[in-house]
Design a protein around this ligand. Sequence first.
Ligand code: URP
Ligand code: ZN
Ligand code: ZN
Length: 501
Amino acid sequence: MQLFYAPLLPIFYVRPSMAPLFLLSIPGECAILSPENNIRGGLVMRLLFKGGSVVTGKGPRRADILVEGEKIVDVRRDIPPIDVQVVDVSGMLLFPGFIDAHTHFDLDVCNTTTADDFASGSRAALRGGTTTIIDFACPNKGETLHDGLRLWHEKADGRCACDYGFHMTIDDWNDTIESEIDDMYAEGISSFKMYMTYPAMMIGDEAMYKALKKLKEKGGICGVHCENAGVIDALIAEKKAKGENGVYCHPETRPDIMEAEAVGRLLRIAEQVDIPVVIVHTTNIEALDEVANARWRGQKVFVETCPQYLVLDDSVYYNEDWLQGAKYVCSPPLRKSADREALWRAIRRGEVQTISTDHCSFTTAQKLAGREDFTTIPGGIPGVETRGELVYTYGVAKRKIGLGTMCRVLSENPAKLYGLYPRKGVLAPGSDADIVVYDPAADHVIRAEDMVGAADYNPYEGIVTKGSIRQVWLRGKVAVSSGKVLADLDGKYLPRGKCQL
Ligand code: URP
Ligand code: ZN
Ligand code: ZN
């Protein structure tokens, strides 16, 4: 074992009477603190993150963070380094662990299963600074919510490296499902998901109205995938009748206005029920206009968007190389650059509450299975590993979005919206010690070959990030250091409370 100093490596300070200061490291990697040794032999170790800027929803401020075991116990300037292991974070930004409230791990789609299961997906999440994911539990058609919850626990328990919770998908409405909603709350499921498209999962207006009424009784919150299923089917039939099968048929059969139509319809149904709802993966100006109209009427509406809609645009679907386009097939599809800019403006103004990923990854071989029929290309792209760096690069660095805003959309707001605050979403005494150490000076190139996720390509290949994630700490243990995931598959299931936004 070598002894040397390197920034970000914990420095062991001990009382002067006991021994001189010494520095401890293992060659080539920050393995000084194994994931276990923050609590050793029942003795709770204290960590002091010293010299960094702590970012909250209000912005950054210089402060040290004192951690005992899994929890933060103090955040203030100049905490004396006594009886602690010091983690030197000089020059670094410290964010509360990012929360990704929209992942699909181990999900069956289009006769295949996502490339990432909970093990690979959660390791990728940690690598990207995400210490908590909320995945969508999905009962098989005709099965109960309890069946869906059991299935998702089987997929995730003991197989997830970060902390996790579930939203529950409501794909039907009947007396059994209605009676199960109370039980879901008892199980810590305080948020739900409905789809206005996808034959296997979609729900009609009547069922949606009834489900929202029941959720209102419980003070619940529901995310909705908004696209007009009927018109999409008709547009697909038109393309097929003309013999068209290019990847470009995907965006052209799922237009922005048919997303906006569904947003508007959902918001009118929510108005009738008098309940706030979440518009998930919002992509475009027309949809944002529907939200603005509803807010103007006095409705509470939460908006989620995703990095793909903030960084990419629909030109990728017109690539002559079929596979290059198919890699970007997701629903709703990528939109125009004007939509992208409108989303950034909405983020700046606080009109978008969360940026999640909708991580739903497939390999190129899986995408190729849709070669003969564009409607069978498995929809979804990877994103959980790159979200934080992309938001910093394209938001903070390029568009001067404030660090406080970045913190709100990646950590604080999802924690509040989905009942995890203040355990998660903030660096404050009493919160879990989930800390992202961001080095604003360490630019790097995104490359699929460096990713830990299971997809064999990356939609952001070749992008040079501004800065990068140097370390990630999960409940006081180092989970990622210098790009290496050190965490075991021992993430905790998080029962969640009610919406606090
Ligand atoms: O294409 C996508 N987004 N796949 C994931 C499922 C969904 O619609 O959220
Ligand atoms: Zn969706
Ligand atoms: Zn999704």
